[in-house]
Design a protein around this ligand. Structure first.
Ligand SMILES: Nc1ncnc2c1ncn2[C@@H]1O[C@H](COP(=O)(O)OP(=O)(O)O)[C@@H](O)[C@H]1O
Ligand SMILES: [Mg+2]
Length: 256
């Protein structure tokens, strides 16, 4: 089982969009991913048509209830994709986990107990590096970083590489598995510059696939459907399918 945290300390960098659509595109290919929504804003859960997850995930994380993460998993509107939904109650995790000596490690234990029926677990992280994102970086083997194609995004990446290094002390297996440029508009010089810089600075890590700026993604969100269903023949679905293919090819290379 591979556990991948979709993270970036910045908000609005297409983390949720990427987590949802990488999962949806993998689901279409017959890989059964489990998406765990760790953001109290619950955008991934809403996108996949799930009801509010209530207090269950919070109670599991804080140890208030004894149970398994698998018990909270449910099917979604995206074929082949299961989800552990978030809820606004997760906001309390920041305070509650900080009070416990090993609070941020509880997710690592919960994930380790997941059954093999999910070969891939994607963790959609909140933007700030609080207890929830920390939990994800302690539980994951790999980090997948979506960046928005802007100059600021490039500046933030150096910070993120440092953060990954710091987490490696507590979680030696953690590695930066991929960076994906999102919201790319090839008509602008800046977008083209960011993409070429990423390829230059992070060879083998920055995906060749880039995700173009497409309004269908925002429309799909308001329809509570992944774009692979909402606009299956459009560019956004094609981009995320290409990302899933490149992602799987890398995993197979790693395993070889
Ligand atoms: N490729 C894209 N084209 C157009 N809009 C996008 C694209 N990717 C993300 N967005 C929009 O950007 C905003 C932030 O994306 P989101 O995935 O919620 O970011 P995060 O989870 O990092 O905060 C959302 O409104 C989303 O619809
Ligand atoms: Mg998000």
């Amino acid at each position: 089982m591979r556990v991948i945290a979709v993270a970036n300390q910045k908000g609005g960098t297409a983390k949720t969009t990427t987590a949802v659509h990488l999962a949806a595109a993998l689901g279409e290919r017959g890989v059964q991913p489990l998406l765990v929504d760790l953001d109290p804003q619950a955008s991934a859960s809403q996108w996949l048509g799930a009801d509010d997850g209530g207090d269950e995930l919070l109670e599991l994380l804080t140890g208030e209830t004894d149970g398994e993460l698998a018990d909270l998993a449910r099917p979604t509107t995206a074929p082949g994709v299961d989800l552990v939904p978030a809820s606004p109650a997760l906001i309390h995790a920041e305070r509650d986990l900080a009070r416990q000596p090993a609070g941020a490690l509880s997710l690592r234990h919960l994930v380790a107990e997941l059954p093999a029926r999910w070969p891939l677990v994607l963790l959609d992280c909140p933007p700030q590096l609080g207890q929830l994102a920390t939990s994800a970086l302690l539980a994951a083997g790999a980090l997948l970083v979506p960046v928005e194609a802007s100059a600021m995004a490039l500046a933030g990446l150096a910070e993120l590489v440092k953060t990954t290094g710091r987490f490696r002390r507590a979680n030696p297996g953690l590695h930066l598995a991929g960076i994906v440029a999102c919201r790319v508009d090839y008509r602008t010089l800046l977008s083209r510059h960011v993409v070429t810089e990423l390829w230059k600075r992070f060879p083998g890590i920055a995906f060749r696939t880039v995700i173009r700026e497409r309004v269908a993604l925002r429309e799909a969100w308001s329809h509570r459907q992944p774009v692979t269903l909402y606009d299956p023949d459009g560019d956004a679905a094609a981009d995320y399918r290409a990302l899933a293919a490149e992602f799987l090819a890398r995993i197979e290379d790693d395993a070889a």
